[in-house]
Design a protein around this ligand. Sequence first.
Ligand code: SF4
Ligand code: SF4
Length: 387
Amino acid sequence: MFEETMSNDLYFLRWSINKTYILFGASETIVKFRNAFDFEIDLKCIVDNSKEKQNKYFGSLKVNDPSYLNSIKNECQIIITAPSIKAQIQIKEQLESMGFIEGQNFTTYTKLMMVWKWYTDRSIAVNYTEVMITSKCNLKCQNCGLYIPCYENQEHRTIESINRDLDSYFKVIDYVSEFRLLGGEPLIYPEIVDLITIIGEKYRAKIGEFVIVTNGIAAAKCDLITVMKKFNVVFHISDYSNTLPQIRKSIGKLIIRSEEAGITYKRNSSNKWLDLGSPFNSRKLSKKQLIEKFNRCKMPCRSLYNQKMFYCGPLSSAVMARIYSSVRNDYFDLSEAQYMSKEEKFNSLLNFELGNTQMGYITFCDFCNGFGCDNTFYVEPGVQIEM
Ligand code: SF4
Ligand code: SF4
């Protein structure tokens, strides 16, 4: 678990923007982190545990072996830029075993981004947020991490309700590094073009990377491609064609279409999924076990639904499916936030982002196996439920 006891003012002094930094983790997070600021950060280099990345360049920065840190001990401070909490926790343990102290010698990019944004221009920034715009999907995956097959009524959300959520979200949030539209399958959402236009016109300047997450089966129509290009929207394609070879052709078509139109895409093809288990069964964990489980998981992406920022997607989807009732501990209430001062909003959002909830965990952690290293249940991706 990351200790977050230092006051934000003291933290800012220690981690001022004028110091020299080393980044731990050569990932795309670095690009997002740097794009969040309009000032230059003095970066010495990157370190990474992967031998394949070492001695190469990430932009203009050389990637070194972490043992390099021993030679520069007090000259620079370290920012952990690994994207997942699991990797961040491993790096934290590694740094501590090398004699570095959290808060003094190293910190995470998530906290630094929020604090720097706040102290440089009083703006409130968050890392990732996603919106499920539909619970309808063209697949029925057995181990869907958003429990789509468990919905009694799969439906498209109304554009008005999504709009309401967007308005209350961007009243509080000045900048989000990555904003994702997903489902179910967002490409079958009938008003996807209108929705992207609304977000593009009203909020594009507040978004770093604007993403559509798709399984790549539905075709991208011309007007969608046009509006994606206009507002620089990218595809993240979850490719399950190793399990489902029949969808390979459609994914190929989407990729060709994106390349021809100059739309950036990422194709994610994993050979295993973590099994989150049944959302219907309480694991009957004690408070101590729930806190441990939550600290191992701490999903980095918040999920916007019903004017609330839910801590994670599985929770918000279970609420949307009406199979779970969340409590005030589990979300940041955007409609309540309108009555807070900007400083109160920042402080309470920073705490929420860092996982400092009232209960020390999310109540749904008792119904979910989580993404932490304690979850050792893996399944094949994209296996379909027999009709
Ligand atoms: S394609 Fe994605 S959203 Fe649809 S059922 Fe499979 S995992 Fe869930
Ligand atoms: S409910 Fe808890 S364990 Fe599951 S994904 Fe969310 S934070 Fe992680």
